[in-house]
Design a protein around this ligand. Sequence first.
Ligand SMILES: Cc1cc2nc3c(=O)[nH]c(=O)nc-3n(C[C@H](O)[C@H](O)[C@H](O)COP(=O)(O)OP(=O)(O)OC[C@H]3O[C@@H](n4cnc5c(N)ncnc54)[C@H](O)[C@@H]3O)c2cc1C
Length: 330
Amino acid sequence: MTPDFDLQAHNTFGLPARARFGTTVTTADDLVPLLAEAKAKNLPLRILGGGSNVVLRPCFDGIIALMGIAGRDIIGRHGDQTLVRFGAGENWHAIVEWSIAQGLSGLENLAAIPGTVGAAPIQNIGAYGLELVDRFHALETFDTLEGTTLTFDRDACQFAYRQSFFKRAPGRYVVTSVTLAFPNAWQPNLAYPGLSDIPADADAKTIMDRVVAVRASKLPDWRVTGNAGSFFHNPIVESAVADAIAAYHPEAPRYPGGAGRVKLSAAWLIERSGFKGFRYGAAGVSPNHALVLINTGGATQAEISELAGQIVAGVKSRFGVELVQEPELL
Ligand SMILES: Cc1cc2nc3c(=O)[nH]c(=O)nc-3n(C[C@H](O)[C@H](O)[C@H](O)COP(=O)(O)OP(=O)(O)OC[C@H]3O[C@@H](n4cnc5c(N)ncnc54)[C@H](O)[C@@H]3O)c2cc1C
């Protein structure tokens, strides 16, 4: 373990951050002695993947383990699907490209999402009309409370919009591998705006390339301008709340939110509350995408968090809607 571990290169916001100790986990077996060491030192143990969905505090008084478990194993056919097990440390976009190169279509709509395979189930990543749950079979975890390994099937993960069982017990379960299910009779999913002009007989590679291009045109590149993608969930509200907004703003986007509720666009609410392009110290709201908070250079966690607080308060006072932050404050 490395003491006083520098995490600035391990979070896509590029925030200055350090951990009391840091290490890399390359096999599931590494977790047993690591947990014993954390207990002996009486320090919390947390896993970090690509650091693309976190806001890191300047100092984490504990052990950060970078997830580095590799592995891409085609298990075989299972009913009308093909199962593939991936190590949790695999880069997500790399496995999207790899699976398509193997003739396994189905992840193309989720191309170019930063981060690791092991983090994908934590918030049930989603984009362009597809969520992880749509391709999920099972995952393996190490339970840091009991020191045991556990397999979770889809039901046990309790996936929902940017939610899973694991978010209710942050840090308890370390995902060590994820098994995905690729449909043998794959059909393209082109319903989402930005993909609808693609010919219906397009292959997965064509769709992946389009998703990569559209995302690059919309989202700031975190390697250039630090960010964590969408900073807030799209709020799901009672229909009466959405109707009250629509009475004054008929143009406000609204989508089915399940159980008669309505999903609103957080980007629209933020923009209409006057925050698009807003700067607070070295933190800011992207001038191109109101849902993306950015590090304009040298921003601190405090600046990002205070800016987020101002946005939450502004949207609440203007529209009566409470935004929920997506990246974990760690
Ligand atoms: C430019 C940009 C665009 C994005 N676009 C999208 C998008 O379209 N859709 C979307 O859903 N998300 C998007 N995100 C968010 C992010 O990419 C995903 O949430 C991704 O899955 C995070 O992976 P990570 O490895 O970076 O996780 P990290 O940020 O390292 O960790 C996130 C959380 O998961 C936990 N965690 C990480 N690995 C494990 C593990 N193996 N076991 C248990 N817990 C773990 C961490 O402790 C932390 O709580 C975007 C982010 C950026 C920067």
